[in-house]
Design a protein around this ligand. Structure first.
Ligand code: B12
Length: 211
């Protein structure tokens, strides 16, 4: 099976074809990581480029996003099947002002597949919401996803809020999302950055000394 076809279905925003091809890829025993890295993610990247060039508008972003979301529904259960030893508890959310969640969903799939118990706060999560979840729960790592340059500052505000509430040292803080970098993560006082789902799982394990 050719995963470029799956990329093309994402670019075309063809939800049904993306679903069919994902099912076919699973049936052909193509690893989930390959379906993501050679099918779904390159498709989204291309959609982003077309949007930037002014060839695509918001409706195209929405249907392409829907195509990937549908595909992820089929991939998610596949990850759970690969037995892994227990790692710890991971709290994750997309920062305030930002509703992108496909990358976060991929990170969650990878974390769960690697033994993490993940609590997903969802999207558009305020510093206060992150803070009360950290205060109330018993998490090892908190992850913040940020796809918009404009709302990256809300990750900074969340770290400040965690400090103000006296719970910053209760958890390790990770940040990620297309516009973020390891340098920025260090600059804002996060403990780590990861560029994709597989790296997120590796880095999280390192942070709690289980790598
Ligand atoms: C699909 C999409 C949408 C969909 C999102 C659907 C959904 N359910 O998520 C919708 C239609 C909602 C959308 C809306 C908008 N979007 Co948009 N969108 C995209 C697009 C095409 C793909 C995003 C994506 O899913 N990428 C694929 C995933 C796999 O990558 P990722 O998110 O980076 O995640 C990976 C890593 O970054 C990392 N990671 C992610 N999160 C985390 C968290 C942690 C803790 C860790 C460790 C790692 C990690 O691991 C992930 C898996 O490998 C991008 C283009 C692009 N190249 O990214 C634009 C893009 C992000 N959008 C953009 C814009 C401008 C918008 C809008 C403002 C458009 C508008 N005019 O309204 C709105 C904003 C809405 C809002 N308030 O959030 C710009 C942002 C520019 C910027 N830098 O600020 C982009 C880059 C497009 C562009 N080239 O201009 N969008």
């Amino acid at each position: 099976m050719n995963l470029e076809e799956l990329s093309r279905a994402v670019v075309a925003g063809d939800v049904d074809t993306a679903e069919e091809l994902t099912k076919e890829a699973i049936a052909s025993r193509i690893p989930v990581a390959d379906i993501l890295s050679a099918g779904l993610v390159p498709g989204l990247r291309q959609v982003g480029e077309l949007f930037e060039k002014g060839e695509y508008y918001l409706p195209e972003l929405i249907v392409s996003g829907d195509a990937v979301a549908r595909a992820l529904d089929y991939l998610e259960p596949m990850m759970g099947k690969e037995g892994a030893s227990y790692m710890g508890r991971y709290l994750i959310g997309t920062v305030q002002g930002d509703v992108h969640d496909l990358g976060k969903s991929i990170v969650i799939m990878m974390l769960r597949g690697n033994g993490w118990e993940v609590t997903d706060l969802g999207v558009d999560i305020s510093p206060e919401e992150f803070c009360s979840a950290v205060s109330a729960g018993d998490y090892h790592v908190v992850g913040m996803s940020s796809l918009l340059t404009m709302t990256m500052v809300n990750a900074v505000k969340t770290i400040e809020a965690l400090k103000a509430a006296g719970v910053r040292d209760k958890v390790k803080v990770m940040v990620g999302g297309a516009p973020t970098t390891a340098e920025w993560a260090a600059q804002i006082g996060a403990d780590a950055h990861a560029k994709d789902g597989p790296m997120a799982a590796i880095v999280a394990a390192e942070l709690i000394g289980k790598s």
